[in-house]
Design a protein around this ligand. Structure first.
Ligand code: MN
Length: 225
């Protein structure tokens, strides 16, 4: 997919989100889960692949219960630097709202013997629409799968495989950032207006005629950014 769509949706003078760029690939593949209070609250699962973050918006968030299948709507690739982003995307920008790093860590293919093999198997799985992977996060652990549905080109299901990390407990009750330890609400209070104030000398951008947030990709399932 590349990063063109990511760049096209954003004005980097107006949002604190990182500009596109291929980051150096670390030895181990990273994953993050953002919790994002956009028009609708959702979680964004991002997996490092091909030097970028493949990204899915998960409206109901991940689950550790193998019987819960969670819709995961594929959205545009994000730059690798996005793995460190949390903050407040100002009103009027794509995906406006607070973002926290709800979880992060490393991930690999369950049967890979090394990172090279892992990348290859992950990529094969991604292209087939049946991607198996093991998360080593602070909240999420164990084997998961993303399985593409036949519904449209972008709907996948996020599943927890049965293993010793599977549980009926509700992991989403753990609501704080693994980095700043803030909740979304605390992030909003700490970050609201900061980025806008820094740009105060610039004239206001022309507002949209309907005065609403930009709706791209913001159908109910895909209120993602
Ligand atoms: Mn989002």
């Amino acid at each position: 997919m590349g990063l063109k769509e990511y760049a096209a949706k954003r004005e980097f003078e107006k949002t604190p989100e990182p500009k596109p760029g291929l980051g150096p690939q670390a030895d181990r593949r990273v994953f993050v889960v953002h919790k994002h209070a956009a028009r609708a609250l959702h979680y964004d699962l991002r997996l490092e692949l091909e030097g970028m973050l493949k990204s899915w918006a998960v409206p109901k968030g991940p689950s550790l219960n193998p019987s819960s299948k969670r819709l995961a709507v594929m959205v545009e690739d994000h730059p690798l630097d996005y793995k460190d982003f949390e903050g407040v995307i100002p009103e009027g920008n794509y995906g406006a709202g607070s973002v926290i790093l709800w979880d992060r860590g490393f991930y690999h293919h369950p049967s890979a013997r090394d990172e090279n093999e892992s990348e290859k198997l992950l990529l094969d799985g991604f292209r087939k629409g049946d991607m198996k992977f093991v998360l080593e996060g602070e909240k999420l652990h164990g084997e998961f799968a993303l399985v593409k549905t036949r519904k449209d080109g972008k709907s996948w299901l996020l599943l927890k495989k049965k293993d010793r990390y599977a549980t009926n407990g509700e992991i989403l009750l753990e609501s704080r950032s693994v980095v700043s330890h803030k909740t979304l609400e605390e992030m909003f209070e700490a970050g609201a207006g900061k980025f806008v104030q820094a740009k105060e000398t610039k004239p206001d951008p022309p507002s949209r005629s309907d005065g609403k947030r930009r709706p791209e990709g913001c159908a109910d399932q895909t209120d993602a950014a």
